[in-house]
Design a protein. Structure first.
Length: 331
C-alpha cells in the first residue's frame, strides 16, 4: 500500500508498537470482567437475544487502533515517491541568439520588436518539450543568458527578465553568433541549430559575422537567421523634455550578411515584417529534423499526510461519540 510513498521521518512509525499493549490490556480486561448484579439463576435469560451492541462495543478499540496508525503516519510525513528518470527522447539542441539593442524598441511590431520576439520565442520553446534549448543575448557585446537545458520553465522565466539596455548598446551580430556556437560546439546531438534574430547591421564586436558563420560550419552547426522589421520606416520612441515622442526612422537590416550566414551554414534566412509573420517563421523552423538525446527528469516531492490526518481526527471523533452515546457504560 505504501510503496508509492517515501517517509521523511520513518522513526515515528515505531509508535504503532503501542497498539500491542493496548490490545493486550483490552483482552485481559474483557476476560477478567465480572457482572455487578448477581442472580440466583440464569434460566430466565437463556432465551434473551444477543444484540449487535454486544459485538459493536469492540469497535471502540478498532477506532482507537486506527487513529494511532493514522497519527503515526502523519508524524512520519509520507511524501510522493520521487525518482530521477533517465529516458531517451527525440530532440535537437537549439540556441536562440536574440538582439536586445535599443533599436528593438521600435513599434512596428506590437507592443515592440523586443517584446514580440520574446513572446513568440516563448511559444516556440514551450512547444518543443524534448529539445535542449539555450539563450544568448547580444547588442554591443554578448553574453549567455541560459545554457542548454530541458528545464523550459526556467528558460521562460529568464526570457521574461530580458530588456533593452542590459548591456552596452550596438549590434554585434558576429559576437552573438560566436557565443551561440560556443554553447553548441561540445554538444553530442546530431542536429545542432542556432536561431539568430536581429533588426540591424553589424557595427560592433571583435568577430565578424562571416568569421562566426565559418566557425559554426566547421562544427556542423546550422544557423537560421531572422531579420525583424517592416519595410521602409518604423516608429521609434525618443525621450524628450516633453516626454516620450515617436519618430519614424528608416529600417536598416543587413540582409545580404544574414543570407550569407545562412548559406555558409546550410541554414535559411527569413524576414519578419509582422507578429504573425514571425510566428510563421518559428513554425517553419519547428519542422526541423530530430535526433535522440538522453534526458534526465526529476519530479518534486509532495507532502501526502493530509488525508491521514483527516482519518485520525475522524476515528478519534467516532470513538468519543460512540463511547458517550450508543455504547455509554452506566455505573
Amino acid at each position: 500500500m505504501f510503496e508509492q510513498y517515501h517517509f521523511a521521518n520513518p522513526e515515528f512509525l515505531w509508535l504503532m508498537l503501542v497498539i500491542v499493549p493496548i490490545v493486550a490490556w483490552y483482552v485481559l480486561r474483557e476476560k477478567d470482567s465480572r457482572a455487578t448484579m448477581m442472580l440466583s439463576s440464569l434460566q430466565g435469560l437463556k432465551k434473551a437475544p444477543t444484540t449487535w451492541k454486544v459485538w459493536g462495543r469492540h469497535s471502540l478499540l478498532v477506532f482507537r487502533v486506527l487513529a494511532i496508525v493514522a497519527l503515526s503516519l502523519v508524524l512520519a510525513r509520507p511524501q510522493s515517491q520521487n525518482n530521477w528518470e533517465n529516458r531517451t527522447t527525440e530532440g535537437i539542441d537549439i540556441v536562440l541568439s536574440l538582439d536586445i539593442s535599443s533599436s528593438m524598441l521600435a513599434q512596428d511590431f506590437k507592443p515592440n520588436r523586443l517584446e514580440a520576439a520574446k513572446d513568440i520565442a516563448i511559444e516556440f520553446v514551450t512547444g518543443r518539450r524534448d529539445d535542449r534549448i539555450g539563450l544568448v543575448l547580444f547588442s554591443g557585446e554578448s553574453f549567455t543568458q541560459c545554457p542548454l537545458t530541458t528545464d523550459h520553465a526556467v528558460l521562460v522565466n529568464l526570457f521574461k527578465d530580458i530588456k533593452s539596455g542590459m548591456i552596452e548598446d550596438g549590434t554585434a551580430i558576429g559576437m552573438g553568433l560566436a557565443n551561440a556556437v560556443a554553447r553548441l560546439k561540445d554538444s553530442k546531438a546530431k542536429s545542432r541549430v542556432i536561431i539568430i534574430l536581429t533588426d540591424g547591421e553589424n557595427n560592433r564586436g571583435e568577430i565578424s559575422p562571416t568569421t562566426a558563420a565559418e566557425i559554426a560550419h566547421t562544427f556542423g552547426i546550422r544557423v537560421y537567421t531572422i531579420g525583424i522589421g517592416t519595410i521602409g520606416t518604423a516608429p521609434y520612441p525618443f525621450q524628450t523634455p516633453f516626454g516620450v515622442q515617436y519618430q519614424d526612422i528608416e529600417v536598416k537590416i543587413d540582409e545580404p550578411q544574414l543570407k550569407e550566414i545562412a548559406r555558409v551554414t546550410d541554414g535559411k534566412y527569413f524576414r519578419a515584417t509582422s507578429n504573425q509573420k514571425l510566428k510563421d517563421i518559428y513554425k517553419e523552423i519547428d519542422k526541423l529534423e530530430k535526433t535522440k538525446i538522453e534526458v534526465t527528469e526529476y519530479s518534486r516531492r509532495n507532502e501526502e499526510y493530509f488525508w491521514f490526518a483527516v482519518a485520525a481526527v475522524g476515528f478519534i471523533f467516532l470513538e468519543v461519540l460512540l463511547k458517550n452515546t450508543i455504547f455509554k457504560i452506566i455505573p
